[in-house]
Design a protein around this ligand. Structure first.
Ligand code: LMR
Length: 295
């Protein structure tokens, strides 16, 4: 629906034609084209500015996102390799889980191809922000449209850290509310997986969140100088090589990280930040090791 989308290329290993026919009937200016199977992947990617990768298998109840690693890691590796060959200058949005590992895999593949631009590789964590905004607005009876909660760290379990103290407009929370909201935001993906009872994980709210992140990227590419989103990116805000935080987006991708976002944290947030680091570090290293093993 975004007027900033001129062409929409849809790719999958099967069943793309129907989706493309369906979506092409929307009365928007964008041209929709479909591409099926590996033989058509290169043509799908040529000339594109933003690539969104939601491919792979979803969780079933009882699984963690890391349980998807064995299948999704190879899928992301192969798709990013095609991106490197056909549209190396594009923004790459990774949705495929485990994001904490698939983003480092993508970075390694791009490095191996000599086209890694850390400013253009993004793990999509927008759904964590969307959820945090929704739950906080409900709990505090705030007008949802105004609420903005930064979420930092990664995109799995305790690595998802909502910074409730930095909620805008400023709101005060009891210790009990902080604990309850933090745990709900961290487990929100699992909440959907359990409700779907074996039929997959979040798709509609994820699509909504991904559309928001794409729209923000397109606005930035279009020259809007006031675009900020949380994303899992290469980062020097902590000792970890990748970290989700608020980033300023520009024509060339990440224009700036916002170090002040990690300053002045509450004791609860500071402890949670330290607690998430070992898990996030292990997931990042697992992704890097996987990609390096392939060469
Ligand atoms: C989500 O947060 O909903 C996605 O990462 C999918 C999942 O497995 O939870």
């Amino acid at each position: 629906m975004s007027p900033l989308v001129s062409d929409l290329h849809l790719y999958d290993i099967a069943n793309v034609k129907g989706v493309a026919a369906d979506i092409s009937h929307c009365n928007t200016p964008s041209q929709v084209r479909d591409f099926t199977g590996a033989a058509e992947l290169a043509n799908c990617l040529k000339g594109v500015d933003v690539v969104v990768i939601p491919a792979g298998v979803p969780r079933k109840p009882g699984m963690t996102r890391d349980d998807l690693f064995n299948i999704n890691a190879g899928i992301v590796r192969d798709l990013v390799s095609a991106v490197a060959d056909n549209c190396p200058g594009a923004f790459i949005h990774i949705i495929s889980n485990p994001v904490n590992s698939t983003v480092p895999i993508a970075a390694e593949v791009l490095k191996q191809k000599g086209v890694y631009d850390p400013k253009k590789l993004f793990g999509v964590t927008t759904l964590d922000v969307v959820r945090a905004n929704t739950f906080v607005a409900q709990r505090k009876n705030l007008k949802l449209i105004d609420v903005d909660v930064p979420v930092v760290g990664g995109h799995a379990g305790i690595t998802i850290l909502p910074l409730l103290s930095k909620t805008k407009p400023s709101a005060s929370f009891t210790g009990e509310e902080i604990e309850e909201l933090t745990v709900r935001i961290q487990n929100a993906g699992t909440e959907v997986v359990e409700a779907k009872a074996g039929a997959g994980s979040a798709t509609l709210s994820m699509a909504y969140a991904a559309a928001r992140f794409v729209e923000s990227s397109l606005r930035a590419l279009d020259g809007d100088g006031d675009v900020y989103e949380c994303s899992f990116v290469q980062s020097d805000l902590t000792e970890l090589p990748f970290f989700a935080s608020r980033v300023k987006l520009g024509r060339k991708g990440v224009e700036a990280l916002i170090p002040s976002d990690l300053q002045g944290l509450t004791e609860y947030e500071q402890k949670a930040l330290e607690a998430l680091k070992p898990e996030l570090k292990a997931s990042i290293e697992k992704g890097i090791a996987f990609a390096q093993k392939q060469t």
